[in-house]
Design a protein around this ligand. Sequence first.
Ligand SMILES: Cc1ncc(C[n+]2csc(CCOP(=O)(O)OP(=O)(O)O)c2C)c(N)n1
Ligand SMILES: [Mg+2]
Length: 560
Amino acid sequence: MAATKHYIVKTLVECGATHAFTLPGLGITWMLDDFYEVRDKLRLVLTRSEQHASVMAQACGKVLGRPGVFMGMGPFATTTGAFGVLEAYFAGTPMVVLTDTSCYDGFAMRGVYQTMTGDYGAADAATVFRTMTKFCAYATEVDEAVYGVQMAFKHATLPRHGPAAVVLKTSIIRREFEPNKRVTLYPSAGHLIHTPGRPDAEAVRVLAEAIEHADRPVFIVGQGIQNEKARALLDRVVRAAGIAVATSYNGKGAIDETLPVSVGMLGTWGCKAANAALKEADLIVAIGASLGPDYMRFCEAGFLDPKRQKLMQVDIDPRNSGWVYPVSHSITGDGADVLEMLLAFDLGKVKQASRVAWIAANNLAHAYGKIESYKTSAGTLHNTEIVRALDQHLTKDHLLTLDAGSNRIWVTGTLRLRTPGQLLAPGGIGGMGWSIPAAVGAKIAKPEKRVIALTGDGGAGMSVAALSTALAENAPITVVVANNAGLGMVRDNMKGPHYGVDYSHTDFSMMAKAMGCRGISVQRAQDLLPALRESEAGTGPCLIDVAIDPEASHHPASDY
Ligand SMILES: Cc1ncc(C[n+]2csc(CCOP(=O)(O)OP(=O)(O)O)c2C)c(N)n1
Ligand SMILES: [Mg+2]
């Protein structure tokens, strides 16, 4: 017989957890020796903050397609740690959160500090997580801790993926495990098992027929297509049938954006070509894309028009069909399955060529893929120079993470990604300070990839300490800081004087050096590509601080 914590960690391994990210304390600290025992199967990563830990766990879940584990003490997992959990909730990323009530072995009701039991004088960890997870167990008995972990994995990995939490009453973590005689615990596999529902064949036939008849069909693909199988099938279907592909922000990079059928990302922060193609489309099929208002925000009215255009939707969750726009046809199912079934119809034999010609004319008219040059003041660059350098530098072996701010908008609207699945973007809450820890988490999960994080100086100020985790974990990444000494996107939005938006100049390359990483400072466009190459030629993490001209880099989308 061992303590409960031993069985919790054993169950994590049994459920297939391979990476756990933490900043420990109290009940979580008590479990560390059990993590040590299983270190060959489950890697524990010490981070610099709960915010970093939750983002790393999320990025890990994004690239592996199975939950990363985020662990932290109750008061911190629910506050700074909530950042990555909430992002995972909105973006549909599998994640398991393990936290404790930090109630110091029985003092919960006496108002001991940090307590998260929900008692008088305490805050309530389970209630916090119930607002941002698919499932949250509050385990107050030893066997509930094990079963709670099993259920968390189950819920996190059922469609639609998302975060699931287990809040452990601190006092049970070290308690000797005595099974409840009336409640049997079983091995995890039998709880995690499920067979996905298959899409209705007749419904897919109706969709195939609509596609066959359309002259200008456009697919809108979103988060639901961001897995290897779906991306490969998408590529085959749309090329063969000549279907234009516009992506949502979460779906960006699901397809090679230089393909003749790609029109880029839609919406205000996207490509004019995508928006124009959607306006002209006679059939729009949303696949794994909710069509939420943020896709079209600030775009002109009638951008998507169910009265004028035929709208159809494929979604794993029927609640998403017709959620925002009324649709004339809906298929409940995994996008990959529907695409696979569509292949059998051999679509596009007649209209493929004319559709592709339409897309080519559209993309030409809207300068799709053109990276503009802008004049900047001496010693500074425009954000598009970062786009240009990335365009030249990125290979199929790269992953790119994005942050919030104008630095991101220039990328989503201008950079065409060639390798499906190489972009990790915070499409849930879109918080600043995401891209650096996300890059670290992604690199730890996929060491064979070369990982680049792009962030503004605002985001870097929140998260640059994650570089020290990259160093400690032998996860060499490149960080590009678009440094315009302030909250560029917010500053761009201001109609009045710039107030409350400017930061004093910070040299992030020096901060990287102070952490034992490499740092490069770039003030000329021609130095950027060599800097990217240098960052990957040397050993260890490297940060490139790029001086950006705030005036010249104003993004027109900010004017809405
Ligand atoms: C954590 C967080 N706080 C506030 C915001 C609102 N916001 C969006 S972009 C932005 C400015 C970002 O500044 P920076 O990271 O320097 O990027 P820039 O726009 O200058 O390229 C802010 C404050 C946010 N997205 N995330
Ligand atoms: Mg900035």
